[in-house]
Design a protein around this ligand. Structure first.
Ligand code: ZN
Length: 205
């Protein structure tokens, strides 16, 4: 199987609980410390096998092969990628059966990061998750006062829309946010605006 490491918890000496997003599920696995083990980290894509044991309800993680990215040694890209991947753990923690949409999306982002600014690549794809999960609203009403938004618009956690004056947040032209939501494009956003959107993303998926 292949998947992305969402979370790693140390238990006992060097043993680890490793949470993996794979095509059809989020797996919580147990990794014994051993002489032959490849280095793993949050955000890594791995090929792996699971061994179920009657004595434990957590399958054992084995035969781990790290599938590297071309930009793995680019610290900036890796740092932001890891911050993004970490958000999936609380977001999907309770989910057992997963749609293949998530693995495919992460694969797409990894490819996009190769050629594109890392934050832009992630944000433009993140908005597809909001849409997929039915959380992306393009009728543009304000979360706080329920009134329609007509010109200036803000986004708060999970890219929910508000009036800038209601949430005291950064204001954008509604056409730009619409382009982002409908066409998943940030081409007309300045780097400073992308930074602000990035901090909204880091509040949680
Ligand atoms: Zn409002």
């Amino acid at each position: 199987m292949q998947g992305y490491i969402l979370n790693i918890n140390k238990v006992r000496d060097e043993d680890l609980i490793v949470t993996i997003l794979a095509q059809d599920a989020i797996y919580t696995t147990y990794r014994f410390y051993g002489a032959r083990h490849s280095n793993i980290n949050i955000g890594y894509k791995i090929d792996f096998e699971l061994e179920t044991n009657l004595k434990s309800n957590i399958p054992r993680l084995k035969d781990v092969l790290h599938l590297g990215f071309p930009w793995l040694l680019n610290h900036e890209k890796m740092y932001h990628w890891q911050r993004f991947i970490k958000l999936f753990y609380p977001h999907l923690k309770e989910v057992e059966v997963l749609d293949k949409f998530y693995l495919k999306l992460l694969n797409d982002i990894v490819k996009k990061i190769e050629k594109q600014n890392v934050k832009r690549a992630i944000l433009e794809n993140y908005i597809k998750i909001c849409e997929y999960e039915g959380r992306l609203h393009t009728h543009y009403e304000c979360l706080l006062c329920d009134m329609p938004i007509e010109d200036e618009i803000s986004v708060v956690r999970s890219f929910i829309t508000t009036h800038p004056k209601c949430s005291y947040s950064r204001s954008y032209k509604i056409e730009k946010i619409n382009e982002f939501f409908e066409h998943k494009s940030l081409i007309n956003f300045t780097n400073s605006e992308v930074e602000t959107l990035w901090s909204v993303l880091l509040e949680g998926l």
